[in-house]
Design a protein around this ligand. Structure first.
Ligand code: PMP
Length: 395
C-alpha cells in the first residue's frame, strides 16, 4: 500500500504537546473527576430558537442538495453583515459558504498557494494551521511572535521569512493567546502583503468575542480588498460548532474559483443549517451576546484572581475564549507544569508548547466551565504555581 506523501506528512509528526489532553480524557473515561480547561467548546449549546429554525427548515423540505456556493439568503446575510461591520462594499459574489471555518481555511490556501509555495503562519498558532497549509500542497513556515511583545506579530520578523511566500495566515482575536491585533500591527502586515504580493488569509472566527480594544478586519485597510481572504464561522459566535457552517469572503474572481473547488470537494452545506445560520445572524445581537457573556465574565474573574499573586503572568486577554498564562517563574515548561497540575490537582490545561515553540513556558486555559468552578480552578493553578516557584527557589 502506498499512501501519498501529502497525506502521510500532513501533521508533521513528533510530540505535539497534546499528551496532557489525551491523558485527561483517559482519566475521565476511567471515572476520575477532572476539571477540563482544554478545548474551545462552549459550555452552553446552540440556542433553542436557532434549533427551531433548523427544524422548521428541514421539515419544510430543505434537506436536498443546497446551492454549492451557499443559499442566496445566507450569502446575502453574510455579505450584509460584513459590510455593516467593516464598511467595505460586499455582495453575495464575495461570499462562499463552507462547512465551517476549517474548510474555509483549507480552501483559502488552495486558492492562494501553488504547490511548493510557502504559506506563512504565526507561532503560537491554532493546532490545525500547519497541517492545513501542507494539505493544500504548500510549505508551512512559522514566524514567531514573542511573549515580550504580548504576542503581537512583528512585520519585520515576518518579512525576514517571507521569501517564496504566497500567503500569510493571521488570526485576530487570537487562539491560543487571546490577543487582539492592534491597528498598527495590521497596517504593517497589510503593507508587507501589498509590497510582496502575498495573500492575507485573515481568520476572524472570534470576531464577536472582543473584551478589550476593537476588532479590525484587515480587509478594510487601504488596498487590501483584493489581497485578503477573510475566514468566518458560526461556530464560536453562536455556539454552533457541530453545525459546520462558515465562510470565505474575498474578491469575486477568487470566490468564483473557490466555488469550483467546493463543487469538487464539499458540495456545499446542508440547507437547513444555512437557514438556521441566516436566522441566527439576523436575530439581533442578543444571541451573540448570550454566547459571549460567560467568557466576558470569566475573563474579569481571571483578572481579579491573577492580580492577587505575582507568580503567574497573564498575557493581555483581549478576546476569544482563552487565557494564555506565563508559568515560567515556576521553572517548569508549559508541558511539565500542565502534567504536574493534572497529576496533583486533576486540572487539565493545554501546554503552550502544543501551539508552537513561541508559547513555551506558558499554558492555555479555556474559559469553558461555569464561573464558580472556573474561579476555583484558576486559584488552584496560581497556588500550585507559587508552590512550585518557592520550591525551585529553595533548591
Ligand atoms: N480558527 C480558529 C482560530 C479556531 O480556533 C477554530 C476552531 N477552534 C477554527 C478556525 C475552526 O472553527 P470551525 O471549523 O468550527 O469554524
Amino acid at each position: 500500500m502506498k499512501l501519498s506523501h501529502r497525506i502521510t506528512h500532513l501533521t508533521g509528526g513528533g510530540s505535539d504537546g497534546w499528551d496532557v489532553f489525551y491523558r485527561a480524557r483517559r482519566m475521565i473515561a476511567e471515572g476520575q473527576a477532572v476539571t477540563e480547561l482544554t478545548i474551545g467548546e462552549h459550555d452552553i449549546r446552540t440556542h433553542p430558537s436557532i434549533l427551531a429554525e433548523m427544524d422548521r427548515s428541514a421539515r419544510s423540505g430543505h434537506t436536498g442538495y443546497a446551492m454549492v456556493p451557499g443559499t442566496d439568503l445566507l450569502r446575502d446575510t453574510v455579505a450584509a453583515r460584513i459590510q455593516l461591520r467593516t464598511g467595505v462594499p460586499t455582495t453575495r459574489n464575495n461570499v462562499l459558504i463552507t462547512p465551517g471555518g476549517q474548510a474555509a481555511l483549507f480552501a483559502a490556501h488552495m486558492a492562494a498557494c501553488e504547490p511548493g509555495d510557502v504559506g506563512l503562519y504565526l507561532d503560537p498558532f491554532y493546532a490545525t494551521y500547519p497541517g492545513t497549509i501542507r494539505g493544500a500542497g504548500a510549505v508551512a513556515r512559522a514566524v514567531k511572535t514573542r511573549a515580550e511583545d504580548a504576542f503581537q506579530p512583528n512585520a519585520r520578523l515576518i518579512a525576514e521569512k517571507a521569501d517564496g511566500a504566497a500567503s500569510l495566515l493571521i488570526n485576530t482575536p487570537n487562539n491560543p493567546t487571546g490577543v487582539v491585533y492592534s491597528r498598527e500591527t495590521l497596517n504593517e502586515i497589510a503593507n508587507l502583503c501589498r509590497q510582496r504580493d502575498i495573500w492575507l488569509i485573515s481568520d476572524e472566527v472570534y470576531d464577536t468575542q472582543v473584551w478589550d480594544g476593537e476588532h479590525i478586519s484587515p480587509r478594510v485597510l487601504p488596498g487590501m480588498v483584493d489581497h485578503t481572504l477573510v475566514i468566518g464561522s458560526m461556530s464560536k459566535s453562536h455556539a454552533m460548532t457541530g453545525s459546520r457552517c462558515g465562510w470565505i469572503v474575498g474578491p469575486e474572481e477568487a470566490i468564483q474559483h473557490l466555488i469550483n473547488l467546493a463543487t469538487h470537494t464539499t458540495y456545499g452545506v446542508p440547507g437547513f443549517i444555512q437557514d438556521a445560520a441566516s436566522y441566527a445572524l439576523t436575530a439581533g445581537s442578543d444571541l451573540e451576546e448570550e454566547v459571549a457573556a460567560p467568557f466576558r465574565r470569566r475573563r474579569e474573574l481571571a483578572i481579579q484572581v491573577l492580580s492577587k499573586q505575582n507568580t503567574v503572568g497573564l498575557i493581555p486577554a483581549q478576546g476569544a475564549m482563552y487565557l494564555m498564562l506565563d508559568v515560567r517563574a515556576t521553572g517548569y515548561s508549559g508541558e511539565g507544569f500542565a502534567n504536574a497540575l493534572l497529576d496533583s490537582h486533576s486540572i487539565a490545561v493545554m501546554p503552550g508548547e502544543s501551539f508552537g515553540d513561541a508559547a513555551a513556558g506558558h499554558i492555555r486555559v479555556a474559559m469553558t466551565i461555569d464561573d464558580e468552578r472556573f474561579e476555583a480552578a484558576l486559584k488552584t493553578v496560581c497556588e500550585f504555581a507559587t508552590y512550585l516557584a518557592n520550591r525551585s527557589a529553595a533548591e
